[in-house]
Design a protein around this ligand. Structure first.
Ligand code: GLA
Length: 731
């Protein structure tokens, strides 16, 4: 059993293939965190707890005169404010009588097979033959009559522990919840680095690594979405941890709204990490008998460095999170109309682009923004999900029929959560958007945000999206979301409940996605939010792929895709070849290199093929043929970051290796050049050491061990921004 309780040592033990997680019930009933790391046989870790009389670290009343027992110094599983623990707490609340303390003691536990259900939000589920068990520990506070249930689902083979928290108000008066973290993870020491992923629109998920120092370092979003600025994923690691060695711990929040990940080194050099919904702007009123569930946090530990940690997340996201039947399938190679035509098109232009795309070997044509309502630019039309006959006179179903007639699949763009003031929807329902009373709404990209905390708005969206998808034959939908939320005020909620709006918006979004996306399993959905502004696990539950960034510059993408790969599988990362000079950066990079970078993901095009020369089209044809040969390795192979683009200025390289290690593909892009250059070598990874491999286009055979220890010379003949792909096959 992956989960058990040792009554002698009062210890809960969670075990995965390679890790152990232990908690102990203190002599006063507090739940103490004892260990999370390499798998151990031990079941009594009491010796690790040290007790001292520490000045200004108070003692709970029940310990009497024992001045050595302080919650300020002990590692805990769930910490509360006003308990004498001054670190950032797991919970903040005001219960019925106005008190703000929660003193939860272990009151019972339950172990059951299967995964914990996360109500109204995405979460991991166990596969049919997997060992998955859930432990729920009940903490009770008889005074406030608040109960907290800590849930731990152990995915034994997958090396993952998923946590969630449920807080119930069993008092007789309403309770106001102001903070509830999905997990608190205490470490007795703190000499670690924090790795997080930060950025902005068009430059998402840049990797940052900083040593933990005294005080608090936090990342998070209060923009209503998980955001371009910070990703809801972080890693703690030993200072010398690298790709292939060292201990590291991952924290991934399955949530698309405001979040906080905070790491705090305290005065005793201990470390506390909290992760969950951002308390900024959050409060939730719980009537007697009501409960609140925090989103799921996926924890993973690796003793073999960051690559192994990434593999754990890639696998669990692909196999236990994503619901789409496409999650393991090779996706059709698409051409998207955005950078080809922006808003400027009519039926004829679209058909000629599609025709040229089909001729190039593309398999699906996607019609991006601009096909609906009165949408000639981004000032109007959102909300009116009916075709704009002035632009597409033949209508969607005929357009789709013609495109299918070319042998292509058809896809379409939508942005359901938004409304333009210049739209019929807004004219009919001006009260349907988020806005503070008495003030005009804050605009973003000229548009307003629909109030998805309202069921009537959600039901309208479900109805209008399902009607649209019925109207034509469509195999792909790009679901966009192009601004951050500003106000979080809903016309239907009383003022005491406005702190719930951000979270209710996200619950509303999941409700809409449950009824649109999950009810169309035959359609391939792609997530998008100005590129990668909502690249989070909860979106991957619904959509197996996400448009990684609005930045299609093949050189910038090296860093964006590098950062994305730490948590997210390559099968989720949509990446397209676009024209040069690049529309976002003005940089010119060879077409072949643009293909190399875009093939580090779900491959496609974002350009107008009618404007390409015969030679350029031939290069694209060859890229498509090549991708088809290696697509499976890219989609379900193991991913290796061969270089760190922030450290190696000369080239960036990565590698996909099939699960059986028989096939591999290396991608490399030259990022800087020098005169009379040194010879550089690229050491491969993940191959079978004792097997021999053939390198495509090269004579001879090479052992996996040789390729991994001596490597391959990086050809000095390559110029700046030249790219290279190296295919390997075991013989
Ligand atoms: C967002 C997307 C783009 C494109 C535009 C359309 O920015 O990320 O790919 O769809 O919207 O308006």
């Amino acid at each position: 059993m992956a989960v058990r309780y040792n009554a002698d040592t009062k210890t809960f033990i969670l075990e995965t293939a390679n890790s152990s997680y232990l908690m102990e019930v203190s002599r006063y009933g507090n739940l103490l965190h004892m260990y999370y790391g390499a798998r151990i046989p031990d079941e009594d870790l009491d010796y690790l707890l040290t007790f001292q009389d520490r000045g200004f670290s108070p003692n709970p009343n029940e310990v009497g005169n024992d001045r050595t027992f302080s919650l300020d110094a002990l590692p805990q599983e769930f910490s509360s404010d006003r308990s004498g623990d001054y670190r950032n707490p797991s919970v903040e609340l005001v219960w019925g009588e106005g008190g703000t303390a929660f003193s939860g003691k272990v009151a019972g536990y339950e172990i059951s097979p299967g995964a914990c259900v996360i109500k109204g939000m995405p979460g991991l589920s166990g596969g049919p033959k997997e060992n998955v068990d859930t432990l729920v520990i009940r903490l009770e506070d008889p005074v406030s009559r608040v109960e907290v249930r800590l849930a731990y689902t152990v995915f034994e083979e997958k090396d993952v522990i998923a946590r969630s928290v449920i807080l119930a108000n069993y008092g007789t008066k309403p309770l106001r919840l102001e903070k509830l973290m999905s997990a608190t993870l205490d470490f007795r020491d703190s000499d670690y680095d924090l790795i997080y992923f930060t950025g902005r629109h068009m430059m998402e998920r840049e990797m940052r690594r900083i040593p933990i120092r005294d005080g608090v370092h936090s990342v998070g979003s209060s923009r209503g979405t998980s955001s371009h600025q910070y990703n809801p994923f972080a890693i703690l690691c030993e200072p010398d941890c690298g790709e292939d060695h060292g201990q590291c711990w991952g924290l991934s929040l399955v949530y698309s709204g405001n979040f906080l990940i905070e790491a705090e080194r305290d005065q005793y050099r201990q470390l506390r990490v909290n992760a969950g919904i951002h308390p900024k702007g959050f409060s939730f009123l719980l009537e007697p008998g009501e409960e609140f569930q925090a989103p799921q946090l996926i924890l993973a530990w690796s003793g073999q460095g960051l690559t192994r940690l990434s593999h754990i997340y890639h696998r669990i996201f692909r196999e236990n999170l994503c619901r789409s039947p496409y999650r393991k399938k090779l996706r059709p190679i698409l051409l998207n109309s955005w950078e080809a035509a922006y808003f400027d098109f009519d039926d004829e232009k679209i058909l000629s682009i599609a025709e040229a795309a089909a001729d190039m070997g593309v398999e699906m044509f996607v019609l991006d923004d601009g096909w609906f309502g009165k949408r000639d630019d981004d000032c109007s039309g959102l909300g009116d999900w009916t075709v704009n006959r002035k632009k597409l006179n033949m209508g969607l179903s005929e357009l789709s029929r013609r495109i299918h007639g070319m042998g292509l699949k058809f896809g379409i763009w939508v942005e359901p959560e938004m409304v333009s003031e210049d739209s019929d929807l807004y004219r009919q329902h001006p009260d349907w958007c988020l806005r503070e009373p008495g003030r005009p709404a804050v605009r973003g990209r000229y548009q307003l945000v629909l109030d998805l905390s309202r069921k009537d708005v959600c039901d309208y969206l479900i109805e209008s999206m399902n009607r649209l998808l019925k109207e034509m034959d469509v195999e792909y939908v790009k679901w966009d979301m192009n601004r951050s939320l500003a106000e979080a005020w809903s016309g239907l909620l009383g003022r005491e409940r406005q702190g719930e709006v951000f979270h209710r918006y996200i619950l509303g979004l999941y409700y809409v996605m449950d009824h649109v996306i999950l009810s169309h399993p035959e359609i391939l959905f792609c997530g998008c939010s100005g590129g990668g502004g909502r690249y989070d696990p909860a979106m991957l539950y619904y959509q197996p792929q996400i448009w990684c960034s609005d930045n299609t510059d093949a050189v910038n993408r090296l860093k964006i895709q590098y950062g994305t790969s730490f948590a997210y599988p390559i099968s989720s990362l949509e990446s397209h070849v676009s024209v040069c000079p690049n529309h976002q950066t003005g940089r010119t990079v060879p077409l072949a290199t643009r293909g190399v970078t875009a093939m580090d993901g779900v491959f496609g095009y974002e350009l107008d093929p009618t404007k390409m020369s015969a030679g350029e089209k031939e290069v694209c044809r060859e890229q498509i043929r090549f991708y088809k040969r290696y697509g499976k390795v890219i989609m379900d192979g193991d991913y290796y970051r061969l270089t760190n683009p922030y450290e190696n200025r000369y080239f960036t390289a990565w590698q996909h290796v099939s699960q059986d290690k028989k096939k591999s593909l290396v991608g490399l892009v030259i990022t800087d050049k020098e005169g009379n250059e040194a010879q550089r070598y690229l050491k491969l990874k993940g191959l079978e050491p004792d097997a021999f491999y053939r390198i495509e286009g090269r004579k001879g055979k090479f052992s996996g061990r040789l390729l991994m220890s001596a490597g391959i010379p990086v050809p000095n003949g390559l110029g700046e921004y030249d790219g290279l792909q190296i295919g390997l096959k075991m013989i």
